[in-house]
Write a protein that binds this ligand. Structure first.
Ligand SMILES: CC(=O)SCCNC(=O)CCNC(=O)[C@H](O)C(C)(C)COP(=O)(O)OP(=O)(O)OC[C@H]1O[C@@H](n2cnc3c(N)ncnc32)[C@H](O)[C@@H]1OP(=O)(O)O
Ligand SMILES: CC(C)C(=O)C(=O)O
Length: 559
């Protein structure tokens, strides 16, 4: 790279628009969407799609709700041509969907394009030629007037050929390719020249598609270009202003959104941003960004994973794991403070119909796009107690008490550090089981019985301590209290109960109780235990044993 001063590059020219309006506008309604997956997306693939793959992706696009779909470049290859013929001949195009076909401003290609759409009900014929100074000089070697002639001559030719499609409703679209790199007054001049030939009306509009073919400036510059164009164009009411952005600077979505604020009415792009180089604009992101702000995008992504699967299969591309909305990790938190906030947010979320979604770190409800909650919180060494508690509750139904989460969170943190990897939910549950539920050393409960008369309970318990058996008898105002009393009276352990809690667990259609206990030893140490049993008394008694086993051995001594 050059070191400053940089002489190899320069800033893109700005538009003189001091009274620009777009920065204070908001997007209040969805544009007309046009998917160019089957054309711009396809032309950028190392292995372009087969007819079968294009058919499959077309079905998905229709299912999402696209009403305009650019289906290909029919004069480019036999596959493209055949695919379009199959769509038409096999009547696969729903009545409310218009297909679009693209063509260069060349006579023989226009002929072939017309052949490809014979018999179609509705189609958009999309003519383009490049207009930027560099392309005029390098590719065409022509001056402005001749570049205008390329566009107007082909527009005229298409107009003349319309009667060869008597039963088809044809809309005409013109793109000054590389619009964003073209002098704005020349872009307007060429578009108006095309409009003059086509002669659209407010009732029978044509589409002017103003592409950001390659990004060379911040997205506000493109928005200025679109606003300037809309404000200065003759017969504005006779044209639909369409945008088509790429992503060279990573701002395809921003360019599209700002251009909508600047007056664009139609958006071309692809699913997940497939397309030339860094891709076209990702329509999933633009649409769901609108949804997040309360605007119905008119596209249905309620099963985004299914869309992604078909897309990946047909294009052989992969959706990156951080891709907005669709990426595997975009609704996942590993870090402790995020997990804690999500966990609390979930608990506080108002679930009444129509309630506003308001959860930290989750800008939309993953369920709206078919994502499940299970994967939201995943555990590694960056995670905290809140996340561990969330996994135990969501995956295994355990409502670990707040005080106990600190201890168990630390156990999991040490385990994750030692493993150096992510811990699956199963590993977290196993650690919980081994730490609390399966604890039988040094104390193990062999049996426990209790009987009550007039609010007083007597209990008989048999416990084993380091191969020595004890039979304990005691009384109390409830069976568990009697058991605690017995352990203290025999000095098997000297402790008091700080807190019990319990809840039901349903596993394999069987009901059980899990009890959690916090104890305090005579020496002042705190310990937690948990146990699962058929009833509350058994679960609590067993939980006491589990907690005692977590106290260092010297804090109690049997007599
Ligand atoms: C920004 C975009 O995405 S635009 C869409 C681009 N998509 C594609 O190119 C995919 C499909 N393309 C193809 O299959 C082929 O390029 C075809 C069939 C269109 C044309 O094939 P060929 O004529 O064999 O080759 P090629 O594309 O190299 O032709 C370049 C010629 O077309 C001219 N040309 C390029 N674009 C246009 C245009 N929009 N209008 C008129 N002429 C054009 C060039 O000036 C060049 O002319 P020259 O031969 O006099 O130098
Ligand atoms: C033909 C045009 C619309 C295009 O694909 C582009 O500019 O990227």
């Amino acid at each position: 790279m050059q070191k400053g001063p940089i002489s190899k590059y320069r800033p893109a020219p700005r538009i003189d628009l001091p009274d620009r309006q777009w920065p204070s506008r908001i997007i209040e309604k969805a544009p007309t969407w046009c998917s160019v997956d089957l054309r711009d997306g396809n032309q950028a693939l190392p292995i372009p799609m087969s007819v079968q793959e294009k058919l499959e992706l077309f079905e998905i696009l229709v299912g999402i709700g696209f009403k305009e779909i650019e289906v290909g470049f029919p004069s480019a290859s036999q596959i493209e041509f055949e695919f379009i013929r199959r769509l038409i001949e096999e009547k696969r195009i729903p009545d409310d969907v218009t297909i679009q076909v693209i063509v260069q401003a060349r006579e023989e290609l226009i002929q072939r394009t017309f052949e490809s759409i014979r018999g179609v009900k509705k189609a958009i014929i999309h003519l383009y030629n490049s207009t930027s100074p560099t392309q005029r000089r390098v590719v065409f070697g022509l001056d402005k007037a001749d570049i205008i002639k390329i566009a107007t001559r082909s527009t005229q030719r298409i107009k003349e050929m319309l009667p060869t499609l008597p039963d088809s409703q044809i809309t005409f679209q013109y793109s000054p390719e590389s619009f964003a790199l073209t002098e704005i007054d020349f872009a307007l001049e060429i578009c108006e020249a095309v409009v003059d030939v086509w002669q659209p009306t407010p009732e029978n509009k044509m589409i002017l598609n103003l592409p950001e073919t390659v990004q060379i400036a911040t997205p506000n510059v493109y928005a200025d270009q679109i606003e300037w164009f809309c404000r200065n164009m003759r017969d504005r009411e006779s044209a639909i202003i369409s945008v088509h952005t790429h992503n060279d600077r990573g701002t395809g979505v921003a360019s599209t959104e700002m251009s909508l604020m600047a007056g664009a009415e139609r958006v071309e792009g692809t699913l997940f941003g497939n397309g030339e180089r860094t891709g076209n604009v990702d329509l999933v992101t633009v649409a769901l960004n609108m949804y997040m702000e309360g605007v119905d995008p008119g596209l249905d992504f309620s099963n985004l994973d299914a869309v992604r699967q078909v897309y990946e299969k047909c294009t052989r591309m992969q959706v990156p794991i951080r891709q907005p909305y669709a990426g595997e990790l975009v609704f996942t938190a590993f870090s402790g403070s995020h997990q804690d906030a999500i966990n609390k947010g979930m608990a506080a979320q108002d679930t009444a119909p129509g309630a506003l979604w308001d959860i930290p770190y989750l800008p939309i409800d993953p369920k709206d796009i078919g994502r499940t909650y299970e994967a939201i919180i995943r555990i590694n060494s960056q995670s905290g107690k809140g996340g561990v508690a969330y996994v135990l509750e969501n995956e295994y139904g355990l409502q670990v008490p707040k005080a106990m989460r600190i201890e168990f969170g630390k156990i999991i943190n040490d385990l994750a550090d030692a493993c150096g990897t992510e811990l699956p939910a199963m590993a977290i549950y196993q650690a919980f089981e081994n730490t609390y539920l399966k604890s039988t050393q040094p104390l193990a409960l062999e049996s426990f019985h209790s009987e009550g008369i007039d609010g007083q309970y007597a209990c008989i318990a048999r416990i084993e301590q380091n191969a020595t058996r004890h039979e304990l008898l005691a009384q109390g105002s409830d069976p568990v209290e009697a058991f605690v009393q017995a352990l203290n009276e025999r000095h098997i352990a000297n402790f008091s109960v700080v807190e019990f809690s319990e809840h039901e667990l349903s596993r394999d259609a069987k009901k059980a109780i899990i009890a959690y206990v916090q104890l305090k030893s005579e020496a002042g140490q705190t310990s937690f235990g948990a146990a699962v049993a058929q009833n509350s008394i058994q679960a609590r008694v067993q939980a006491v044993i589990s907690a005692l086993n977590r106290l260092p051995i010297h804090t109690y001594a049997a007599r």
